[in-house]
Design a binder for this molecule. Structure first.
Ligand SMILES: [Cu+2]
Length: 624
């Protein structure tokens, strides 16, 4: 095989070559399956030095009979196993859910007499119309449950092929499935509520009405082609350059993002997200870590021109693997295109009479993934003026339950008798920053008014308060909209023409962090979501904000553990971690399919340039 760039995603032939190494080492004996398989990235110093490096893959292996779970790294370069560690699930947690678990869980649940009896009591004697939703178990005790590799199963009714099952939850009952013993070991049956009957089939004319005919076409054309170039995974557009990566666990990754030849980000990704639900009844355990437990990249959509993306699009395929380590190509998984986004700058000068207007554009690198009922789009934007933005689009179908006639304090009625519980979508962005080099630091910047006093006799003064975050223990921070709080990532080596550090500023959206009680089992596992900001010293082993093994992790892994050493983060190679995302109180308008709700953050150059870097953008037409 030809030699890939060290940051290129693993290819199909590489996955097969790694598989051969695992077979030869005796690690893939039946019935061992892959819970994750992906590139173990080359060391940063080697990449920056331009070395080819050792090409490695990491595999999470699960023995379906014994449950033995092994974390293996193989070297393709040297054709050998580099490391293999067997997990202690009570301490380390469990491997992610397997693709085949969905089918297995359905069969196991439907074969269980106690669960079938619970369905029969609700009038479902034929379980062929029941759809099962396996939900990761978390760690809620008792200890004899937590030590199993398990999921908890909720049920929905799909009356016919096009019926939307999420419209018909069978509430009050859950099956607890042991994935190794392959049995239901517990059925909780707490209450009965009528299964809502109204159809949620949003593509049924009887539900949606006839399609409206009043929308005229919008066509996007670029007669001379787009302004970007894509060479393998290397992307260039205007002054931007970067490499694109993709991973089964974290999806789209960006590498070596530079502007005008100056580094900004060594690596950027969304390596975790958690969706905790706020209903304390029998489904108190409902909280998914879509990345660490379900591997969002595995479920990436194949995008379609004219449907998902408009205009001059370049697509990249993604390669993931199935449970047996066989590669599977997701065609058109990553979309690259260019968009007009309105005015870049504009001024009509009252003195000179000059009227000037320029158009803003952005380069968009995106993908969409479907995890159960929800769909998430991850859109990275790069603008002409140096702004970087992440826009996460949440859409799909609400997770539902039955709505009691006497109301529900934690849920909205979205259709007759149908409830959708309040929940959060909390994402963690890992920004391995390199603003003008590796030596960076972070300042927290607040703004405030000042009381009337000798230096401020009319009380109009506004000042910035700048606090340098010098140690990890100091850098667990919350956003504060009332102070306009931002975090400035500065170079400690390069200054602009004013003698101030060149920098990029992180603008957070001040939405709530994790609302679960700090003493809750969930807070222990989702420690990353307790703060909007964390800053750590770069460590190649610290990749996952909720730990390497999130599924049934007992708690404490990830960012809270990373910062326990309280390392110096001032002028070092640092990583900025940002928690963001909405607290979603469902609206009737979110049903039966939800219009996109967006969240994200912005990074803006702040003294990175000496002035507006877009003065050379030409007017869009001669008469402008
Ligand atoms: Cu939501």
């Amino acid at each position: 095989m030809s030699s890939p760039h060290p940051l290129d995603p693993a290819s199909g032939p590489e996955y097969l070559a790694g598989r051969d190494i695992l077979v030869a080492a005796g690690l893939l004996a039946e019935p061992v399956r892959f819970a994750y398989y992906g590139l173990e990235e080359a060391a940063k110093d080697e990449v920056l030095a331009g070395a080819t490096g050792d090409r490695r893959l990491r595999a999470f292996l699960v023995n379906l009979d014994s449950g033995e779970s092994t974390d293996v790294v193989v070297s393709l370069t040297h054709g050998k196993v580099v490391s293999a560690r067997t997990l202690d699930p009570a301490r380390d947690g469990q491997m992610p859910i397997l693709e085949s678990d969905f089918v297995r869980v359905d069969e196991i649940t439907k074969a269980d007499p106690a669960w079938r009896a619970a369905m029969a009591r609700r009038g479902y004697h034929d379980v062929s119309t029941i759809r099962t939703a396996p939900i990761t178990a978390g760690a809620y005790g008792p200890a004899e449950d937590d030590r199993r590799r398990m999921v908890r199963v909720l049920a929905f009714v799909q009356e016919h092929e096009h019926d939307l099952a999420w419209a018909h939850p069978v509430d009050g009952v859950a099956a607890y499935v042991d994935l190794i013993e392959q049995k239901v070991f517990k059925v909780t049956d707490d209450f009965e509520l009528p299964v809502p009957t109204e159809s949620g089939d949003y593509d049924d004319e009887a539900v949606r009405g006839p399609h409206r005919s009043s929308l005229k076409p919008i066509e996007i054309t670029q007669p001379e082609g787009p302004s970007f170039t894509l060479d393998g995974y290397a992307l260039r557009w205007q002054d931007w350059s970067m490499r694109i990566g993709f991973d089964a666990r974290e999806g789209l990754t960006l590498h070596q993002v530079s502007l005008a030849g100056r580094p900004v980000l060594y690596r950027a990704s969304i390596p975790e997200m958690v969706v905790p639900y706020g209903d304390p009844k029998f489904r108190h355990w409902q909280a998914y870590f879509d990345t660490g437990e379900y591997l969002v990249g595995t479920w990436a959509n194949s995008l379609e021109l004219g449907c998902d993306c408009l205009g001059e699009i370049a697509y990249l395929d993604a390669t993931v693997t199935d449970d047996t380590g066989q590669p599977r190509t997701i065609s058109n998984a990553i979309c690259v295109h260019e968009e007009d986004v309105g005015i870049l700058w504009k001024h009509t000068d009252i003195f000179s009479g000059s009227g000037q207007s320029r158009r803003q554009r952005r380069l968009v690198v995106s993908y969409f993934t479907t995890v159960g009922n929800y769909d998430y789009g991850f859109y990275w934007y790069f603008y002409l003026d140096g702004t970087i933005e992440l826009d996460v689009k949440a859409t799909g179908v609400l997770f539902t339950s039955a709505y009691p006639a006497d109301g529900h304090p934690n849920a909205t009625e979205v259709a007759p008798g149908l409830a959708a519980a309040v929940h959060q979508h909390l994402f963690s962005a890992r920004l391995d920053v390199s603003v003008d080099g590796l030596a960076n630091a972070v300042e927290e910047v607040d703004v405030s008014g000042q009381p009337i006093g000798p230096d401020n006799p009319f009380g109009n003064a506004i000042v910035q308060q700048v606090t340098r975050l010098t140690r990890e223990s100091q850098a667990g921070r919350r956003a504060d909209g009332s102070r306009g709080r931002t975090w400035r990532i500065i170079s400690t080596e390069r200054a602009n023409r004013f003698g101030r550090p060149t920098s990029y500023t992180l603008y957070p959206e001040p939405a709530p962090v994790l609302l679960a009680d700090p003493g809750s089992p969930l807070a222990a596992r989702a420690g990353f979501a307790a703060n909007h900001l964390w800053v750590t010293r770069y460590d190649p082993d610290q990749r996952w904000p909720a730990g390497d093994f999130v599924n049934q992790n007992p708690g404490g892994a990830g960012l809270p553990a990373f910062v326990a050493g309280d390392r110096d983060i001032d002028g070092e190679d640092i990583v900025v971690w940002h928690t963001f995302g909405p607290t979603h109180v469902p609206r009737p308008e979110d049903w039966p399919v939800m219009p996109v709700a967006r969240c994200g953050f912005v990074l803006k150059p702040t003294g990175f340039f000496d002035r507006n870097p877009t003065l050379d953008v030409p007017p869009p037409a001669a008469h402008c």
